[in-house]
Design a protein. Sequence first.
Length: 156
Amino acid sequence: MSFNKVYEFFKEKGLADRVMEFDESSATVELAAQAIGCEPARIAKTMSFLIDDKAILIVTAGNVKIDNKKYKAYFHTKAKMIPWDDVEEYIGHAPGGVCPFAVKEGISVYLDTSLKAFDIVYPAAGSSNSAVKLTPDELYTLSEATDWIDVCKTIE
């Protein structure tokens, strides 16, 4: 199970106490914010894309969305999300629990600069009813992110 893999990942790092599991769903930004008791913007949502049949992950603040022009300028291709039914096969986590930890080998992780506005953010922890409490710098290190990028715009 994905949650167990992510929990073990954090346990090995000495950070198991940061992992939260809820009785209710945290599969969307709104549900996660309710479960945690924080503002939706602090939810670090992880989105999965394909670039030439290679999966990548982009982690953003909960109050932003991908800006197609910025995405294309950075990646030199149109943004193409992985279809819902294929996410778990590509990434190793099912939709609603996708996170940048304990993913399949060879997946590049990028963090959007929108996360830098916060001292604490909450990405999922491998299931649709979990989260982990991290600073943006911890998220960068633990996810082995490739880079900080600016590919989002605020949701209006």
